[in-house]
Design a protein around this ligand. Structure first.
Ligand code: BTN
Length: 264
């Protein structure tokens, strides 16, 4: 299949790590397709996009609902796991998605670890994209779901806290142009993060809506932690100040506590 956009064709034909683009009308989960192809010997640099998923997965065992009709960019890529600082990959991916959305005029922010947020009509930040990184045999499958154009869709009944890029920028959003920008940014940040983690963390902090917020964190094992998010560690963990101590959170579900921000 010819690349559906000149910028993508240039990426796939050029020196970028991305070499193969597979576009599917429907699949259960693009992460699964990438893992299957990796098992069959596909090298890193594989990119799989689906128009819709029947069993899209989110973080923490959740479902990831898309609105079909190519209203979202549903994409997974296969990359080598970096030898150092692998915990920074999900954060670097959030930064890369933010870069791609900023190029479309949307002022993306990040909710730790890697939700991408855009301001709704009331100014409150809402989720526009999410990232699911899974390990596969020494490699990483990075799955990204970006709500592109939910205008006129019945989407907000399914996902009341969510928003799409087109609703924010007020114009059509070219899925393939977003993908080309995303892949370019992702390659650069994935290359940089293990070598220059500080540079990536500076970029992350400058876009992070979580730092400075009062947060409620559901930790693995159902423990709840409440406090103020104050910083990140060098590994990308979130530091939450509680009345008793600073707690380092490496995994969990963060809610920004109202009224400063309504994102959950
Ligand atoms: C989250 O925010 O919980 C992560 C959502 C990740 C969704 C994407 S869509 C493409 C890829 N395939 C999946 O099944 N999940 C990821």
């Amino acid at each position: 299949m010819p690349a559906p956009h000149p910028a993508l064709a240039a990426l796939l034909d050029g020196p970028a790590i991305w070499h193969t683009l597979v576009v599917l009308e429907e699949t259960a989960s693009t992460n699964d397709v990438v893992a299957t192809r990796a098992a069959e010997g596909a090298p890193p640099g594989l990119v799989v996009v689906a128009d819709r998923q029947t069993a899209g997965r989110g973080r923490l065992g959740r479902r990831w609902q898309d609105q079909g009709e190519q209203r979202s960019l549903l994409v997974s890529v296969l990359v080598d796991a970096p030898p150092r600082h692998a915990s920074l990959v999900p954060l670097a991916t959030g930064v890369a998605i933010g870069d791609a959305l900023r190029r479309r005029g949307a002022a993306a922010r990040l909710k730790w670890p890697n939700d991408v947020l855009l301001p709704g009509p009331d100014g409150e930040l809402r989720k526009c994209a999410g990232v699911l990184v899974e390990r596969y045999d020494g490699r990483l499958v990075i799955g990204m779901g970006i709500n592109l154009d939910w205008r006129g869709a019945d989407a907000h009944a399914d996902a009341p806290g969510a928003i799409s890029v087109a609703e924010v920028v007020g114009s059509d959003v070219d899925r393939w142009a977003v993908l080309a920008d995303l892949l370019r940014a992702l390659e650069a940040w994935l290359r940089d993060a293990p070598r220059e983690p500080v540079r990536m963390l500076v970029a992350y902090r400058s876009r992070c809506a979580t730092i400075g917020q009062d947060v409620r964190v559901s930790l693995p094992g159902e423990e709840i932690l409440e406090g103020r998010a104050v910083d990140l560690t060098d590994d990308g963990a979130l530091i939450v100040a509680t009345p008793r101590a600073n707690v380092t959170v490496t995994a969990g579900d963060v809610v920004h506590v109202r009224p400063t921000d309504g994102v959950s």
